[in-house]
Design a protein around this ligand. Structure first.
Ligand code: SAM
Length: 244
């Protein structure tokens, strides 16, 4: 992917056709990475692209909000060492932890990938600590959501080695609001600003979302009549830890 606009026809890649650039192939090799039935699963080819560019064979890759385990599967395919945490682990190789308090030593990982909840758009678990329960467009102006994400990024910074990279995959959000024109939550911009407090910005990639809602006539009609837009892209915010 040589430009800052990324598009791919499917959620997953075929590992048989995507050997690593450094010639390293992993041990796993099934046809799917993570679980496409998991609501909110990250398209695995995005993580594949990132690991090719920002990591080397046997590097340690952390995903502190690992969901269905997509990052771990891409790591296995590419011969990287994946470490996954989640409040609600969906499989045995994901460890239970709050991303705001990781049981890892300082400067112990070579790359961090995070696909966080984008406000309250998905019900991930009943755990009261789930950041997906915090409303980025709520009456508090999203303060609790952004404060929680600041702590997640603080942990990522702590455990990342110097001169190594972090990628955050995130979308803005828009919600209908009774009696008003709706609430727009510029989550991508807000998280970029928070990340910038510690990390050095590297780039922003725009990832095309094939919004299935567009195929449904009622959503298309609602968007036109209600004068709002359905989300057409996600941000991939790229940062580097650089202490000197
Ligand atoms: C968008 S999903 C991640 C999807 C994942 N990358 C995949 O491909 O399946 C966000 C995840 O964040 C987790 N999460 C929410 N709050 C958390 C917290 N405080 N600590 C750790 N994980 C959290 C949710 O349980 C959910 O699995």
């Amino acid at each position: 992917m040589p430009t800052t606009l990324w598009e791919y026809p499917s959620q997953h890649y075929d590992p048989a056709r995507t050997a690593g650039r450094d010639g390293v192939t992993g041990s796993r090799g099934p046809k799917m990475q993570g679980r496409s039935s998991y609501t909110g699963a990250t398209p695995s080819w995005i993580i594949w692209q990132l690991l090719q560019r920002y990591t080397r064979a046997r590097d340690t890759v952390l995903d502190p909000m690992c969901g269905s385990g997509t990052t771990l599967d891409v790591c296995a395919d590419l011969g990287r060492i994946g470490i996954g945490f989640d409040l609600a682990p969906s499989r045995e190789d994901i460890q239970p932890a709050d991303a705001r308090d990781l049981p890892l030593a300082d400067a112990s990982v070579d790359f961090v990938f995070i696909d966080p909840p984008y406000s309250t758009h998905v019900d991930y678990s009943d755990d009261p600590r789930c950041i997906g329960r915090l409303d980025a467009g709520g009456d508090d102006g999203g303060k609790a959501y952004y404060a929680a994400m600041r702590r997640v990024f603080g942990q990522a910074y702590r455990v990342l080695r110097d001169r190594r990279y972090l990628a955050v995959y995130v979308s803005d959000s828009w919600r209908k609001h009774k009696g008003s024109t709706g609430v727009f939550m510029p989550i991508g911009f807000e998280l970029f600003a928070i990340l910038r407090e510690k990390f050095k910005p590297v780039d922003i990639v725009c990832v095309v979302r094939h919004n299935k809602k567009l195929d449904l006539g009622n959503w298309r009609k609602a968007a036109e009549e209600g004068n709002f837009f359905l989300r057409g892209f996600n941000y991939l915010l790229l940062f580097k830890k650089q202490t000197s």
